[in-house]
Design a protein around this ligand. Structure first.
Ligand SMILES: [Zn+2]
Length: 297
């Protein structure tokens, strides 16, 4: 469902600060790794993650002091712009010290009115809705993967947040994304529905992983079993093989008696080349029966 394209924003000052370990916040983030992730919506009518990725690598983003870990578009294409354990500038507050930032792209059939506080207008509701529903689904998938990779509990308080929630908690700048777009389109999506969907997906993925692990273990056991059987079970293909066996003195009188009496004709061949195809166990049974007098003198 997700196609991950690594396109690190090596010209972005936040990225460079990580490479240079500019201060203790970068060092700490790199040592500890992210404690969670913030879901953003880019706030511009651009559906292509590639274009947003290029922006974050440009002087414009450097001037805006903006950077993120990745950008997701509606078809599941995810541009990864920095390693997960880099400290990036996405939330505009202390959330940057602990959380990854993931941007979702927005449909091209909306526009923001800069003269009226960037009020959102929608030109084509069904097209916009299609974009947002698909992107939401892909974000659930991506966040579920991140939860598994980083061992996060998606339902634990403060692990998965929106930029809006970061603002409300005093750990992010005054933004309303991504809820502003969800609400404008009456999607019914909230960060609670998002976190619940991620938690459900994590469970599904973990169950799939467990099933695969069990399948591998069962295959391994069957394989080991087959190998050990092959190793331990002696088989005698012909009479000559039996004659050459270390225990032949115990087996041979019985086998020769059975051949002489016509009880044992083998599977073909004759003389020493008579094909017996006996296992050690089957010969032992024949010998025991012989000793019990089953075949007469
Ligand atoms: Zn944001």
């Amino acid at each position: 469902m997700l196609t991950i394209i690594e396109r690190y924003t090596k010209n972005n000052p936040a990225y460079l600060n990580n490479l240079n370990k500019a201060d203790s916040r970068y060092v700490e983030f790199q040592c500890i790794g992210p404690k969670g992730a913030v879901l953003h919506s880019i706030g511009t009518p651009q559906p292509l993650a590639r274009v947003i990725a290029e922006y974050f690598d440009s002087p414009e983003a450097a001037r805006a002091q903006a950077s993120v870990h990745g950008v997701l578009q509606a078809d599941g294409t995810y541009y990864k712009l920095a390693p997960d354990n880099f400290r990036m500038w996405h939330a505009g507050g202390t959330a940057n010290n602990t959380h990854m930032g993931i941007e979702m792209t927005e449909p091209d059939c909306i526009w923001y009115d800069a003269s009226k506080g960037y009020k959102l207008h929608i030109r084509n509701t069904s097209k916009a809705l299609d974009h947002v529903v698909k992107t939401y689904g892909c974000a659930v998938e991506l966040f579920a993967d991140l939860c598994i990779q980083h061992n996060w509990d998606p339902l634990e308080d403060g692990v998965i947040l929106s930029h809006k929630e970061c603002y409300e908690r005093g750990i992010g700048s005054n933004h309303g994304d991504p809820e502003h777009l969800w609400d404008a389109l009456n999607t019914g999506y909230t960060m609670d529905t998002f976190r619940a969907a991620v938690a459900k997906r994590v469970k599904e993925l973990e169950a799939e992983t467990l099933d695969k692990k069990i399948e591998v273990i069962v295959k391994q056991i069957l394989n080991d079993n087959r190998k050990s059987q092959e190793k331990t079970e002696l088989r005698y293909k012909t009479l000559a093989d039996l004659k050459a066996a270390p225990n032949s003195q115990h087996y041979l009188p019985t086998v020769e008696k059975l051949i002489a009496k016509g009880y044992l004709n083998g599977k073909g061949g004759s003389g020493d080349d008579l094909i017996l195809d006996f296992s050690e166990d089957s010969i032992r049974i024949l010998v025991t029966l012989d000793r019990a007098g089953v075949y007469g003198e």
